[in-house]
Structure formats: structure tokens, C-alpha cells
Design a protein around this ligand. Structure first.
Ligand code: MSP
Length: 505
């Protein structure tokens, strides 16, 4: 099975983490955990973007130097990774030596390949997006200029090195045509294609009017454009410039999961930089949509930024992870509302999954000698066989990043199981047919174990709790260990703790 390398964008340290950061990180964590379950080699990178005008400006506004701002925010972002229970393999910072070495090496390769020249930039710049903005993308209001995301623009005029991006137009179009789903979803690929087909201008890749960045080699007047610096993190973490490094050989090219606002940097500039430096472009760029808050665009000025840590404190981590992945098809925009969140948690996690677990496992604990046995008859149980047969569908869903589609299939099985429990009523069988009662409980337990495995990338804490009730540690949450579970002649249940309690609105 081929190795998978997944990355989140690296987050700017000028601000506190918000729901958008949590969303991308959780989605990548789900992917990492899923492919790990499947037994693939998988690597998960996240980190922080610590240079640039935006970070420098935030530091100046707060009256501190960028270094201390960066250290404070870094702590918060690292803490968020722990709070989200991310299974990341590395956390990279763009101020680390390994990264600075890597970016400067990339620069030198571009220079050697005659992909860089010195000139002068004059034009509009969005500090918020760290992006140069073309005339045809500008709107005006009250005498001020804005880009399509509503960020205010400032005029920049300075000496700058340029990357010969215009030269890469055809090669980029070829790349989009030759690599299936290079950008996912297709609608975003079309956007990228039409942007590139419209013609590319050379890109300014250095700045001279401020200092907070990586030095351009052999020219102390210039620092690098923050996006060239930031994008390179994806290979710095694999040991670049050492292309013989095991991690680089095993995992590059990677799959970058990003918000739709930063697609152009990843699907146009990044593959062009890499190809121009003689390196392999990424495997795929996956773009997700944006969350609004109770119908409104999220922004600091509106004061409606959603703090993921607060959400987790109120609703619980697995609950927040599940809601974000289930509520909105990945790739679409979505609206966050407390009601939707509570309905989702109560409807799916509490009434459906949690309740099934609680009533069946407590019943076994009290009435069935606390043991479960997987006989052939149990293994032939229809719902279990349906779960097994849906496996390929589930893999396909994951392959096309349809987290909601994947979860819908699983919850379809859970509905069937709940109906089966009601119909076969083991509490009645206890009085009439204890052999059949045990068989029903074994069948349901087998299904719960399999379903929990499939759910574990989304709700890792809950999944571990369920497995530990069956006396299984987390190492059994792996697809190829399921046979071992079945081969254990019998499992012993410990007293089940309630999971996913109902939330009172
Ligand atoms: N530093 C750059 C990325 C460099 S990657 C080489 C950056 N950082 S960011 O902190 O501003 O944004 C990180 C991510 O948060 C982006 O993918 C962005 O799309 C996402 N989101 C920001 N607001 C969001 C929502 N309201 N909803 C969903 N995601 C959003 O960009």
C-alpha cells in the first residue's frame, strides 16, 4: 500500500487559534488515523508560519518584538494540537534552522536554474493574506481598495526579486491534466485551471521594506516573500535539502489539505517553485470550505470568532470532532450553530451510538456472565456481513474526502443494529431463551467492535473507551488486528461507563 503524507497549512502566529485552524487540523488527523488503521505508512505534519509583514505588524501593534509574539502564540498552537488529540508526527516552525537551510537551498536552486531575476515591484498588497493583488481583482469602497476576500490593500513599491512564474503556465496546465484530481474537489480544480489559463505574471518573491523574514542568500537587503518561505515547510520537515533522507524518500510528494482561500498558493505557486527547482510537485491539494457562525461571516471585527478550546470545554472533544466532520460535506462552506451541534451530538452520538453501547453492554455485564463469544453463527450475522461488505464503499469515501458520506454509511449500520436490538429484545429472551439471548448479544457486540474501529479516526477517545470495556487496548484499533479479536475465544466485559451523554440545550 502506498505511503501517505498529509499536511495542514502552517498557521500564522499573529492571532489566537480559531475554528478554521481546528477544522483543517482535525480533518488531517482523521485521514492520518484512518490510513494508519489501514496499515499504510502515513505521516502527518502541522506547524506555525512565523515570518512576514502580518506577524511583524501584529507584534508592532502589541508593542512587542516579533520573536516574543511568536513564542507566545506557538505555545497556544502547540497546546491546541494536544487539546485536539492530534496524532501528528512533527510540528514545524518556520524560524527553525532546519527550515531556514531548506528555503535558502530552494532559493539557490531557483537562482542556478535562472528562474529568478532582480527588478522592481509596484502594486497592491494585502498584508492580511500576504498576497500581491492584480488590478482586475481589486474592488473599491469609500476611497479604499480591497481584494476579493475583503482585505484592505496597501500600495507597495520596492526593489524585488521575481520568480519566472509566467514561464510555467503550460507545464502547470499539463500537470492539472495529467494528474487525476490534482486539486480536489473538481470545482476548485476548474477555478485553478481558469486562473492559470488566463495568463500568469512573474511573482515577486522578496521584500525590502521590512526585516522579519528569512534572508535571501548573498543579498542582505532582501528577505524572502513569506509564501515562498512558508510553502517550503512541507519539504523541510522531510529533511530537504537532503533528498536521500528516508522521510523525504518515503513520503514526498505529499497531500496538502488547505482552506479554499489559500488554494492558489498551493496549486499554482508551489508546484511551479518545485518544478522550477527540479523537484517533484505535490501529489494533491485538497481544498475545504469556510465556516460561518450562525449565518454570519466569521471575523474579528464582528466579534464572532469561534474559539475551538471553548467549544471543546463545553461539548467535549470527540463531539466537536464528529460534528465538524459530519455536518458539512468537505469542500463545501458550512454554518456553525449551537442548535445544529447539539442536535448532531444528541441524535447521532448519544441516542444512536452511545445509547446502543450503554444498553447492550450494561445488559451483558449484568446478565450474560460478562463474556462474549464469536462462534461461526455469530460471524454470519447479517448486519455484521453488511458492515464488512460496505468496507470498500467506506474506503472510497475516504479516498474522496467524503467524511460525511463515510459517517452516513456507519450510522446506517447503527440504525439497523438499534432496530435489531428492539426487535430481538434480549431482556425478554432472558426469561424465555437464554441461548438465543446470548447469541443476540454476541452478534451486537461483534458489530459494535467493528463499527467502533471504523469510527475511531473521528472519535478516538470514545473508541478507546469502548475497546477498553471489552478488555482490549488501543492497539486493537487497527484493521488487521480484527481477526485477532475474533480469534480470542471470548472477551470479558467490564462495567461500561456511559459515553456521549445527551446535551441539554
Ligand atoms: N500561514 C498561512 C498558511 C501557510 S501554508 C504554507 C495561513 N495561515 S492561517 O492561520 O491564516 O490560516 C490557516 C487555515 O485556516 C487556512 O487553511 C484557512 O482557510 C483556514 N480558515 C480560516 N478561517 C476559516 C473559516 N472561517 N472556516 C474554515 N477554515 C478557515 O493561511
Amino acid at each position: 500500500m502506498e505511503n501517505k503524507y498529509f499536511t495542514t497549512p502552517i498557521y500564522y502566529v499573529n492571532d489566537k487559534p480559531h475554528i478554521g485552524h481546528a477544522y483543517t487540523s482535525i480533518s488531517v488527523d482523521v485521514l492520518k488515523r484512518f490510513y494508519k488503521l489501514l496499515g499504510c505508512g502515513s505521516y502527518f505534519l502541522t506547524g506555525t508560519d512565523e515570518h512576514g509583514q502580518k506577524v511583524e505588524k501584529a507584534a508592532l501593534d502589541k508593542g512587542v518584538d516579533p520573536k516574543s509574539l511568536q513564542i507566545k502564540s506557538l505555545k497556544t498552537f502547540r497546546a491546541l494540537s494536544d487539546i485536539l488529540n492530534l496524532d501528528n508526527d512533527d510540528f514545524i516552525r518556520t524560524t527553525e534552522d532546519r527550515h531556514i537551510k531548506s528555503v535558502q537551498n530552494l532559493w539557490n536552486r531557483l537562482l542556478e536554474n535562472d528562474e529568478i531575476y532582480l527588478s522592481k515591484y509596484s502594486g497592491w498588497y494585502s498584508v492580511r493574506d500576504e498576497a500581491f493583488v492584480a488590478e482586475n481583482e481589486i474592488t473599491e469602497k469609500d476611497g479604499k481598495k480591497f481584494n476579493s476576500f475583503g482585505s484592505e490593500l496597501s500600495w507597495v513599491e520596492e526593489e524585488s526579486y521575481f520568480f519566472r512564474l509566467s514561464k510555467w503556465q503550460d507545464r502547470l496546465l499539463e500537470l492539472y491534466d495529467s494528474v487525476p484530481n490534482f486539486v480536489h474537489p473538481k470545482s476548485r480544480l476548474n477555478e485553478v485551471k481558469s486562473f492559470v489559463s488566463g495568463g500568469l505574471k512573474d511573482l515577486s518573491i522578496s521584500r525590502t521594506t521590512f526585516k522579519w523574514g528569512i534572508d535571501v542568500p548573498n543579498d542582505d537587503k532582501h528577505i524572502m516573500y513569506v509564501w515562498l518561505d512558508a510553502l517550503t515547510n512541507y519539504i523541510s520537515a522531510l529533511g530537504f535539502p537532503d533528498q536521500e533522507n528516508k522521510k523525504y524518500k518515503d513520503f514526498w510528494p505529499g497531500i496538502h489539505v488547505v482552506g479554499k482561500d489559500i488554494l492558489r498558493f498551493h496549486a499554482v505557486y508551489w508546484p511551479a517553485f518545485l518544478m522550477a527547482a527540479g523537484l517533484e510537485p505535490p501529489k494533491q491539494i485538497v481544498a475545504h470550505g469556510w465556516w460561518t457562525n450562525e449565518g454570519e461571516k466569521i471575523s474579528k471585527s464582528l466579534g464572532n470568532v469561534i474559539d475551538p478550546i471553548e467549544l471543546i470545554n463545553v461539548y467535549g472533544l470527540d463531539q466537536v470532532r464528529y460534528f465538524l466532520m459530519r455536518e458539512v460535506p468537505f469542500g463545501n462552506d458550512g454554518d456553525f450553530s449551537k442548535d445544529a451541534m447539539i442536535n448532531r451530538i444528541n441524535g447521532d452520538l448519544s441516542n444512536n451510538f452511545g445509547n446502543l453501547m450503554q444498553r447492550v453492554l450494561s445488559f451483558i455485564f449484568k446478565n450474560s456472565n460478562q463474556t462474549i463469544d464469536f462462534t461461526d453463527k455469530v460471524l454470519n450475522f447479517e448486519i455484521y456481513q453488511n458492515i464488512i461488505s460496505s468496507q470498500n464503499n467506506l474506503f472510497e469515501m475516504m479516498d474522496k474526502y467524503s467524511f460525511d458520506g463515510y459517517l452516513k454509511i456507519i450510522f446506517g449500520h447503527l440504525n439497523d443494529l438499534n432496530t435489531y436490538v428492539d426487535k430481538s429484545a434480549p431482556w425478554e429472551l432472558r426469561k424465555t431463551d437464554q441461548v438465543r439471548m446470548k447469541e443476540v448479544l454476541d452478534q451486537i457486540s461483534l458489530c459494535i467492535l467493528k463499527i467502533t474501529q471504523f469510527l475511531s479516526p473521528f472519535i478516538p477517545n470514545g473508541a478507546e473507551k469502548v475497546y477498553s470495556t471489552f478488555g482490549l487496548d488501543e492497539s486493537y484499533l487497527s484493521f488487521d488486528k480484527f481477526d485477532e479479536i475474533i480469534k480470542k475465544n471470548s472477551l470479558k466485559i467490564s462495567k461500561p461507563e456511559p459515553i456521549f451523554m445527551r446535551i441539554d440545550s
